[in-house]
Design a protein around this ligand. Structure first.
Ligand code: HEM
Length: 231
């Protein structure tokens, strides 16, 4: 029996895997965003060791590299890389399908329901992607570092931030991180079900506090080196 066109369409839609729907994609963004947010928060706390001096910071870096007989760092890198790829891929496909749904931009945009942070998510995301590649070549592998010593994270940290243009780029990237996290944390609390008006203020405050804390502490590192507080 021939299948009528609307029925065929309905069957096709039902067969589309859940993760390909916009709700599924948003869920993947929220889960991977939580992993990445958790990482930047723990990473920021770990980097606070720089204020305690060379020994504690290098001991901490060696501990991370040696955990689970050296396998821990690779497990952790695998989870982080998978989360980052899924996060970027879903962001890209969601942005493209939003653009396809509205090919002609509104003549005058109505911005009441959005914030500057939400509208700039793709741009702050691109700056962060560029920053991460630079950051790995700077502090992990050393190709773009002026005086890289493998295994001496404290030395690499101090001499790396003594270059003003590099420190300025770190500050810019952390401002982007703050704005990206601000909207990201607010948005993922909604995806995870805290969308009730009663929680609106709480969600806003969690997003403010988390983004200002992480970006603020991260920005303090290059400034502390350039002003000689960490030397
Ligand atoms: C001013 C802020 C930051 C400082 C001072 C900093 C510092 C460092 C240092 C010193 C290392 C190398 C540690 C070692 O030698 O073992 C490192 C590694 C790394 N950082 Fe950062 N970081 C900052 C911000 C960020 C941000 C915002 C991200 C992500 C968005 C990030 C992602 C990473 C990653 C993925 C690694 C490599 C970990 C590994 O696999 O070995 N960092 N960071």
């Amino acid at each position: 029996m021939p299948v009528s066109q609307p029925n065929a369409l309905a069957a096709g839609k039902a067969a589309a895997p859940f993760l390909d729907t916009s709700v599924g994609k948003k869920l993947v963004m929220a889960v991977t965003g939580t992993i990445l947010f958790g990482f930047v928060t723990v990473h920021m706390l770990g980097n606070l060791q720089a204020y305690m001096g060379r020994e504690p910071m290098n001991a901490y870096a060696a501990f991370l590299k040696g955990s689970l007989h050296g396998g821990g760092i690779w497990l952790f890198r695998g989870v982080l890389l998978t989360a980052a790829i899924l996060h970027i891929w879903n962001a890209l496909t969601l942005t493209l399908s939003n653009m396809a749904a509205r090919p002609v931009a509104y003549r005058s945009q109505m911005h009441q329901a959005s914030t500057w942070a939400s509208r700039t998510m793709p741009w702050t995301g691109v700056v962060l992607a560029v920053f991460i590649v630079f950051h790995l070549l700077h502090f992990t592998t050393g190709q773009v570092h002026p005086d890289f010593i493998p295994g001496d994270a404290y030395h690499n940290f101090v001499t790396g931030f003594q270059v003003p243009v590099v420190s300025a780029f770190y500050v810019l990237a952390q401002l982007c991180l703050g704005f990206h996290m601000w909207h990201g944390v607010w948005s993922l609390t909604q995806t995870f079900g805290l969308a009730h008006p009663r929680y609106e203020r709480l969600r806003r405050w969690i997003a403010y506090a988390a983004s200002i804390l992480v970006a603020g502490v991260n920005i303090s590192f290059p400034i502390a080196v350039l002003t000689g507080i960490i030397h």
